[in-house]
Every structure is written in structure tokens, then in C-alpha cells.
Design a binder for this molecule. Structure first.
Ligand code: ADP
Length: 476
């Protein structure tokens, strides 16, 4: 690939390194090899951790002005390389190029945000209750951070962690998903160009997710583990991290409900449904998984939704006009096929799509009259399938929406302000979209409740995840 940011190496301690053992990265649209990257070992990982700790001893003492200027510089470079980054994202993750550009802008908004926000990591002066004491707090970087990131947002899931970590004064080792290491390596090149010192930002590529994950979660030099991915892997990592009492941030699976009340603006609801469902072919943790539609408007909404879904263009993300790309791999596709077959067996009907196309592509699909005990109601499908259920009262809608161990994002449409307030307070989720299908924003806290995670990313809260509060008591 002719792209100045395309690098088939890992980035450790300020150097792009090769290794004898490598692994291939496939383009999910063409199933052709994009390139190869080093398959680093646990030993390499241990060494990288020592380097990152040594780098931390220096980086933590850099002034906040110095750190935020470097992060700001990364932001500017990402802007100037946006097309090259988007090309890499489309090549390894499959999402349409236009959507990849949107990811670059979104991912970059975290670099911009935290380059500002870290300047406001204020401490406090606390009035003392006894004479002669002065009480104060300061905020200091947590230390060496390990980040394990998924393939669905190869850039944004990194910058959401890397930007606050670097700006706060932490150093970081990122283990990107083995499907999408090239965007991470492109960010390393950008960090290097921005003057981030050696060892401060590292990208460790490896096929051994389990082994490297365990090392990062158990090595005592790592002070914080931040993970975005499935709930089952997150739970394993939390368990492993418990041994050394690490700080953890976990952004895990969702099973987002989308309620359409009888007083909703149906055209807007359809628009929001398409936006909330088909981004990255439904492979986002905030993607709508369950549509609950009030029985009075069920037929009308399903018809309108099916009409909109049938218009979506599926194909290779580099082709103009394509709106929906492929699933990431065979197992991603298999899960979609399994969920649709199961729903059909339990009585659902197809209004649009319903079939695999070729390769890892699946038709944008609308299923109606899906049973509440279908797999799709219980688990994240992570694919381009809208499953429509029905409800007949606000209480029932809320009960069904909350009937899941997950609680990341939830959405609903209603034109009644009182209902909007009531329902948004009662939904058990970390984020609620009211009359919108998209909620992500660098200035707002992103995160889940229940088994969808621990901690928040983005916003002022996302910076605190990388800071410790130190209380200092001055005697007289
Ligand atoms: P997904 O279904 O999105 O691939 P995963 O949780 O499997 O979600 O993957 C998210 C990230 O976690 C990826 O970087 C993957 O390589 C990594 N990973 C997968 N299994 C483990 C594991 N047992 N320990 C640590 N990391 C893992």
C-alpha cells in the first residue's frame, strides 16, 4: 500500500521494530492481505513495560504545557493525515471511506479535547478543622498504562485512551486488536513526528492476545489497565488485574435498546434508527440491538424502516457511495447468520435483507415480530440486523429495555417532554439518546453500567481515569 503511514513494524521505546515472527492482516472486503506486522512475545512485552516505566519517570515531570503541546501537535498531524488514516481504517476494518473519515474526526476530537482538559487538572485547598494544619490535594499521573483495544474503531478507541493518558503524564503501551494494527502504528508515527519522547507511547503488535493480555494485566509495573472489548474478556482481565490492585477502565459489550413510543416523530425515528444501527455495519458497542416499537405504530414504523434499509448500498468501503461494509471476519458473519436463523425459527418475519451476500458481507436486514426469547434479544449481534419487538405501555417498554445484564447505550423517540425526562431517568444505561441515534462526543462521558463496564472515557471524567488524587497535609 502506498501510504506514508503504512508501517509493517511494532513501535517500542521510540523505535519501529521488526521480528522474525509476523502475522498477516486481512482486508475484510477483499480478504486479501493488507500487510504483516511483528508477532511480539511476552518477553518483548516485559521489556517494553520496563522501557515505558523508565520513560514515565521522565514524562511525569514534564510540565503540563509541554505534554499538552505535544498532544495538540498530534491533533494537528492527524488532521493533516486524515485521508491516509481513513484509507488504513477502511483497508483493515472494512468501514466505508467516508465513515472512516468521520472516525478520524471523532478520534481526533479526543486529542484536541484532552490537550485542553489536562490543563485543568486542578487540586484543592481544604479548610482545616484543627489549627495549624493546611490540607491540600494535587492530581498526579497514575503511571504506566496498558491499553487493549478492539478492531471496530481502530483509531478512536486508541485516542480515547492515549490522549488523556499522555496529557495527564502517563506513559502507555497499546496492544491493538490483531485485525487492525496498522492504524495504531500510523498513530505511533504521528506521535513520533509530534515529538512524543521515546517510551511514552508504544504499540505492541501480537497475535497472542491471551498471553500479552495476561502479562499486561498482571505485571506490577503496570498501574492501570484500560480495555475496550467484549464483556467476557473484560471480566478475565479484571480478575487478572485484581492480583496487583490495578486501576481499571472497562468499556465492554452493550445490547442497546431503541424504543419508539406512539408519540414519536416516525420519520426522525427511522433516520435515528438507521444512523444508530448501520454505522460500521452494526459493529459498534453502542449499536442498537433491540427495537421496541409501540403496538399502535408498529406496522407503520417497520414499513418505513424497511424502505430506508433496502436503499442502503453494501460493498467495498473504497467504492464511492457504499454505506455498509463487510463484517470483520468469518466468525463475525457466523454470529449474524446464527442470530437471524434463530429469530426466524422462533417466528420472526423478514421485511428486508435476511441473507449473507458473499465474502463477509451481509444484507442490511429488518426482522419483525421477533420473540423476546430469541438470541438476538439476549446478546449483542454486532451486525447489520434490526430486530423489532413490540410493547404496549411505557412501563412494559422500560421493563423490556432494562431486561439485560448490559447497560451501555439506550435510545428512545418521543415528542412528549415529560415522557422524555421520565424514561431517560429509568433506563439502566450509562448513556441515553433522546430523539437521536448517535450519542458519542469527546466532551461527554462515555461508559456503561451493569456488565457494560467500569469508568468513563472522554469529558473531564475521562481525564480523572488517568490521575490519582494525592492529599498533602502540612503541619505548622
Ligand atoms: P471483539 O469481539 O471485539 O474482538 P474481544 O474482547 O475479543 O472483542 O477483543 C478486544 C481486544 O481484546 C482485542 O485487542 C483482542 O485481541 C483482545 N483479547 C482477546 N482475548 C483476550 C484475552 N483473553 N486477554 C486479553 N486480551 C484479549
Amino acid at each position: 500500500m502506498k501510504n506514508p503511514l503504512f508501517i509493517e513494524k511494532a513501535y517500542i521505546n521510540g523505535k519501529f521494530i521488526s521480528s522474525k515472527k509476523t502475522f498477516e492482516v486481512l482486508n475484510p472486503s477483499t480478504q486479501k492481505v493488507v500487510g504483516t506486522v511483528p508477532d511480539l512475545s511476552i518477553k518483548d512485552c516485559q521489556k517494553a513495560i520496563v522501557d515505558a516505566e523508565n520513560a514515565w519517570f521522565i514524562w511525569r515531570d514534564a510540565s503540563v504545557g509541554e505534554r499538552t503541546a505535544a498532544v495538540r501537535k498530534m491533533f494537528e498531524l492527524v488532521n493533516s493525515y486524515k485521508n491516509q488514516l481513513a484509507e488504513l481504517i477502511t483497508a483493515e476494518c472494512g468501514k466505508p471511506f467516508e465513515e472512516a473519515l468521520t472516525e478520524v474526526a471523532y478520534g481526533n476530537s479526543f486529542l484536541e479535547w484532552f490537550a485542553e482538559e489536562a490543563k485543568r487538572a486542578y487540586g484543592e485547598n481544604i479548610p482545616s478543622q484543627s489549627k495549624g494544619l493546611r490540607l491540600s490535594t494535587i492530581k498526579q499521573p497514575v503511571g504506566v498504562v496498558a491499553a487493549i483495544t478492539p478492531w471496530n474503531f481502530p483509531l478512536a478507541m486508541l485516542t480515547r485512551k492515549v490522549a488523556p493518558a499522555l496529557a495527564a503524564g502517563c506513559t502507555i503501551i497499546v496492544k491493538p486488536a490483531s485485525q487492525t494494527p496498522f492504524t495504531a502504528l500510523a498513530l505511533a508515527k504521528i506521535a513520533e513526528e509530534a515529538g512524543i519522547p521515546k517510551g511514552v507511547f508504544n504499540v505492541l503488535t501480537s497475535k497472542d492476545s491471551k498471553g500479552i493480555g495476561k502479562e499486561l494485566a498482571t505485571n506490577p509495573r503496570i498501574r492501570k489497565l484500560t480495555f475496550t472489548g467484549s464483556t467476557s474478556v473484560g471480566s478475565t482481565l479484571m480478575e487478572q488485574a485484581a492480583g496487583t490492585i490495578k486501576r481499571v477502565s472497562m468499556e465492554l459489550g452493550g445490547n442497546a435498546p431503541f424504543l419508539v413510543f406512539e408519540d414519536a416523530d416516525l420519520n426522525k425515528a427511522v433516520q435515528g434508527a438507521v444512523a444508530g444501527k448501520f454505522r460500521n455495519a452494526g459493529q459498534t458497542c453502542v449499536a442498537v440491538n433491540r427495537f421496541y416499537v409501540h403496538e399502535k405504530i408498529y406496522d407503520e414504523f417497520s414499513k418505513k424502516l424497511a424502505e430506508a434499509v433496502k436503499k442502503l448500498q453494501v460493498g467495498d468501503g473504497m467504492k464511492k457511495g457504499v454505506q455498509v461494509g463487510p463484517l470483520i471476519n468469518q466468525s463475525g458473519l457466523d454470529k449474524v447468520v446464527e442470530h437471524v436463523e434463530d429469530a426466524l425459527q422462533k417466528g420472526a418475519k423478514v421485511l428486508a435483507g435476511g441473507k449473507a451476500i458473499k465474502g463477509f458481507f451481509y444484507e442490511p436486514t429488518v426482522l419483525v415480530h421477533v420473540s423476546n426469547d430469541a438470541l438476538i434479544a439476549q446478546e449483542e449481534t454486532f451486525g447489520p440486523v434490526c430486530a423489532l419487538f413490540t410493547f404496549s405501555s411505557e412501563e412494559e417498554g422500560i421493563r423490556l429495555a432494562n431486561d439485560t445484564p448490559f447497560g451501555l447505550a439506550a435510545y428512545f423517540y418521543s415528542e412528549n417532554i415529560h415522557r422524555c425526562q421520565r424514561v431517560s431517568e429509568q433506563l439502566e444505561s450509562g448513556m441515553v439518546g433522546v430523539n437521536t441515534g448517535l450519542v458519542s462526543n469527546a466532551a461527554a462521558p462515555f461508559g456503561g453500567v451493569k456488565q457494560s463496564g467500569v469508568g468513563r472515557e472522554g469529558s473531564k471524567h475521562g481525564l480523572d481515569e488517568y490521575l490519582e488524587i494525592k492529599y498533602i497535609c502540612y503541619g505548622s
